[in-house]
Design a protein around this ligand. Structure first.
Ligand code: ATP
Length: 246
């Protein structure tokens, strides 16, 4: 469904991503693991059209993308939820969920239906009651995180990129978000899941790609690996130290 081939990004002398090739399959939760600075955010930014690749290709359903802009990525069916919660603080929860939906979708939602569409998107990811008319900026971080996830889902993407989104969530909301992720994949979508948390990765991901120093170390099936083995792939030196300390 999504392939990156020889994908590279340089910032001056820094090789943030170097020759990374990964095939992502539909109906899968695919995790990308790596230490700070390993290139995870750079991969997400490339797939979101925020930065241009220095080299390499991105293919969706076998077709190489020719434009690298957020609009082009959205048109190809990708939606990203970023680590930093980006929303319009003075606008209502409803406005924020429908904000950025493409023009077509906006025109298709009559005024009176806007709140229903927003409520439906939120109900898919949380049982927490959220005031749809509140200014988004006045709400706690966890709620704001759910709003940006609801916004991504309202666009009905085929491919959802989740970049470290669970940190702010409490247990109940996190479980609700996991169930939504599993359903999204079961319905044939692809989730690219960026997380530091090994427990989340081992629980959710069917496939795992490990990055180190901007390079792909390996892509493997979860059933063929273990947290210890993944740690060794992510950071061989640290894993050795841990083993000695133990
Ligand atoms: N805009 C930039 N200008 C210069 N160097 C950058 C820029 N963005 C990232 N880098 C460098 O590229 C490398 C990869 O960074 P990246 O943010 O992709 O890693 P990461 O795995 O996402 O880390 P983190 O978990 O801290 O977000 C790092 O060495 C980083 O310092």
């Amino acid at each position: 469904m999504l392939d990156v081939q020889d994908l590279s990004k340089n910032y001056g002398e820094t090789r943030a991503l170097e020759g990374v090739s990964i095939g992502f399959e539909k109906g899968t939760i695919h995790a990308v693991l790596g230490e700070n600075g390993s290139g995870k955010s750079t991969l997400v930014k490339l797939l979101s059209g925020i930065v241009m690749p220095s080299r390499g290709r991105i293919l969706v359903e076998g077709r190489p993308l020719t434009a690298f802009t957020p609009a082009a990525m959205q048109a190809a069916g990708l939606a990203t939820v970023f680590q930093e919660v980006l929303l319009a603080p003075d606008r209502t929860v409803t406005d924020n969920i429908l904000l950025g939906c493409d023009g077509l979708l906006k025109r298709n939602i009559p005024r009176g239906r806007r709140r229903d569409v927003a409520a439906e998107a939120l109900s898919r990811i949380t049982a927490t009651p959220i005031d749809l008319d509140a200014a988004a900026g006045d709400l706690p971080l966890a709620i704001r995180q759910l709003i940006v996830l609801a916004r991504a889902l309202a666009r009905r993407p085929r491919l959802l990129i989740l970049d470290e989104i669970t940190a702010a969530l409490d247990f109940g909301d996190r479980e609700a978000v996991f169930r939504t992720m599993e359903k999204f994949a079961a319905d044939g979508g692809l989730i690219l899941f960026i997380s530091h948390r090994m427990d989340e990765v081992m629980r959710l991901a069917a496939r795992i790609s490990v990055l180190r120093n901007g390079r792909l170390v390996e892509t493997l099936a979860r059933r063929d690996t273990s947290p210890d083995a993944l740690l060794r792939l992510m950071a061989p030196a640290a894993a050795k130290e841990l083993a000695h300390a133990g």
